[in-house]
Design a protein around this ligand. Structure first.
Ligand code: BGC
Length: 413
């Protein structure tokens, strides 16, 4: 396989999932709901194939509290060394707004200093930083004002973006404004699985519109600061495919794909320098309905089709003609039996897309570390590196060793 010389090979994380010690709308919600979540754990997860292995975890309140997470806030130097050993040259992370602006309008110099050291530590190792500004976690003062439910609150986010880009920007080129706007709107405002647990389609739609507006405002602001910044959103993009040849299945799949991807992308393309693609799963459609095969499932119950990444990339390339970067891709696999296969298939999918002329410029695997998986808690294991739950010691998994070897070879070719 052949990859471009300057291809970005990275891993991707987010602040609340790995840092530990955060105080934001998630940490507040976790403390309030841990007991209730544990009480519902059995009902919630008993259908999963891995239920026997996770039963103890999902019925324990601590599972649902991020707490120290992987304590990456203090251990980032060692984590970057691990990345270097794994042959990586790029890293996607998020800055935690609640640390930087703990109270409205009050910047925390210590937190800003921390992220300066953080980015400098990446640069020192020749690792290209990709900074995310909003990856699901928000300061409490902002959510108390109604967060992204209100358009007039977007200005606070833009002000935060301007401040942090001013402070860290000299060492950064790639900026993700918002991670998966549609996922956030759906989980927090339609399904009510995430804080603030609203279940209202109209509110969810309003939040989505406000997030699109927030991206456009922020991207414009960052571009006026300096045109060299490459700004994008990270778009959750599943692949929707018809399960048979019937016209209805094909038409429904096309419509669903359009709703999932194009509603957002059409509205942000002009202000974006590339599209960040988060690919985890595919949806099979029969007739009007999604009906997945459920044959080859990851620990969290998602159908595994790593090869479909190729089609996701080809479709977006054709439609939007923007450079693409895979900003997240990975698999929940506690015993590390599927990850190597997933990675191998993914490398082939990338290679095929490149051969077809798709302008894909990088690939970020999720995740570096086993981390906190939002409402699921700690049990799903997406990491290339195992984190011991008590000592927090790191241990690269076999899949990580395999991928590092692959990358060392790819660089020689
Ligand atoms: C989110 C990540 C999360 C991953 C796996 C993605 O939708 O962006 O934060 O770790 O899903 O659950």
């Amino acid at each position: 396989m052949k990859f471009p010389k300057r291809f970005l090979w990275g891993v991707s994380t987010s602040a609340h999932q790995v840092e530990g010690g955060n105080h934001n709308q998630w940490s507040a919600w976790e403390l309030e709901n841990a007991k209730a979540n544990a009480a519902q754990g059995k009902a919630q997860y008993h259908d999963l194939e891995v239920f026997d292995d996770i039963q103890a975890a999902v019925t324990t309140p601590e599972n649902y509290i991020a707490g120290a997470a992987a304590n990456h806030y203090d251990r980032f130097e060692a984590d970057f060394d691990l990345m270097k050993k794994m042959q990586l040259n790029a890293f996607r992370f998020s800055v935690e707004w609640s640390r930087i602006e703990p109270n409205e309008g009050a910047w925390n110099a210590q937190a800003i200093e921390h992220y300066k050291r953080y980015v400098a530590a990446l640069k020192k190792r020749d690792i290209e930083p990709m900074m995310t500004l909003f990856h699901f976690s928000l300061p409490l003062w902002f959510t108390e004002k109604g967060g992204f439910e209100k358009r007039k609150n977007v200005k606070y986010f833009v002000r935060f973006a301007e401040k942090i880009v001013e402070e860290l920007g000299k060492d950064i080129r790639f900026i993700i404004t918002i991670n998966e706007p549609a996922v956030y709107a759906l989980e927090s405002y339609q399904e009510g699985n995430w804080p603030p647990e609203v279940q209202n389609k109209r509110t969810a739609f309003r939040v989505l519109r406000n997030l699109i507006y927030a991206h456009n405002q922020t991207a414009k602001k960052i571009h006026t600061m300096n045109r060299r910044y490459k700004v994008a959103i990270a778009k959750h993009s599943s692949y929707v495919f018809p399960g048979d040849d019937a016209l209805l299945s094909r038409a429904s799949a096309a419509v669903l794909q359009y709703i999932k991807d194009d509603y957002v992308l059409r509205r942000i393309r002009k202000t974006s320098d590339f599209i960040g693609v988060n690919y985890y799963l595919s949806e099979r459609v029969y007739g009007y309905r999604v009906h997945n095969e459920d044959k080859n499932l990851s620990d969290v119950g998602w159908d595994m089709h790593p090869e479909h990444l190729q089609y996701v990339l080809e479709r977006l390339d054709k439609k939007y003609k923007l450079p693409l970067i895979v900003t997240e891709n990975g698999v929940a696999d506690a015993d590390d039996t599927a990850r190597k296969w997933w990675l191998a298939k993914t490398m082939m999918a990338l290679n095929e897309a490149l051969k077809e002329g798709v302008r894909v410029q990088g690939y970020f695997h999720r995740s570096l570390l086993d981390n906190f998986e939002w409402a699921h808690g700690h049990w799903p294991k997406f990491g290339l590196v195992d984190v011991d739950p008590t000592t927090l010691n790191r241990k690269p998994k076999q899949s990580a060793a395999w991928w590092a070897k692959f990358l060392a070879n790819a660089k020689k070719n």
